[in-house]
Ligand binder design. Structure first.
Ligand code: ADP
Length: 183
């Protein structure tokens, strides 16, 4: 009886899953992966990669802050942490052994499979789980979102409102910057 209750559909387990990425910025695709991971694993740590060599639109702190605002309603079941260095080391630091990655298309697969294999080589205990993107999110990437938003396009269907507002501010800042340099 107790077992039956434990495996009841939708009942969260207590496994901590790590969802790592650049999140520059968070998109509806990411949000969907977080939502679904919480349902399956119960607790999710969003690991925001602080990659000094990759030039990002949003600073490390801004990316963390935007995700924190978006996941506030989970009341502690989703935490957001910035990290640098090896993913497997970060996963162990937060007492996890599960990595979540989203797959949009076959084109994502080669890179993702390679990373999963490397991570298994570095740490055989760490398992990578892939969640297929929802069809409506499969064309969304942070790169496309940035390109459209910085040209003044509408990205309201691609990102949560908190990110849309932040992108509008970046666009305005970029416009005043180009006006200043044109003088
Ligand atoms: P990274 O630089 O590590 O790929 P991203 O922020 O681009 O960081 O992506 C983080 C994770 O989210 C990756 O697993 C990626 O495949 C997944 N992802 C990105 N966009 C989407 C989307 N539209 N739908 C589902 N998953 C996505």
């Amino acid at each position: 009886m107790a077992n039956k209750r434990a495996i009841k559909r939708g009942s969260p387990t207590s496994v901590v899953a790590v969802f790592p990425g650049s999140f520059d910025p968070l998109t509806n695709g990411h949000v969907d992966i977080i939502d679904r991971s919480v349902t399956i694993f119960g607790r999710v740590v969003v690991g925001v990669l602080n990659n000094a060599s990759k030039s990002s639109l949003f600073t490390d702190q801004e990316r963390v802050e935007l995700i924190k605002r978006q996941v506030a309603s989970y009341r502690g079941r989703v935490t957001v942490v910035s990290f640098s260095g090896l993913l497997v080391d970060f996963v162990k630091r937060v007492d996890s052994r599960v990595v979540i990655r989203g797959l949009r298309a076959i084109s994502d697969f080669d890179y993702e499979a390679e990373m999963a294999l490397i991570n298994r080589k570095l740490s055989p205990d760490v398992e990578t789980f892939f969640l297929a993107a929802r069809e409506e999110n499969s064309y969304i990437s942070s790169t496309v979102v940035k390109q459209v938003a910085l040209l003044g396009g509408d990205v309201s269907d691609m990102v949560p409102p908190v990110v849309e507002r932040a992108l509008r501010q970046k666009w305005k800042a970029k416009q005043s910057e180009s006006r200043r340099t044109a003088r």
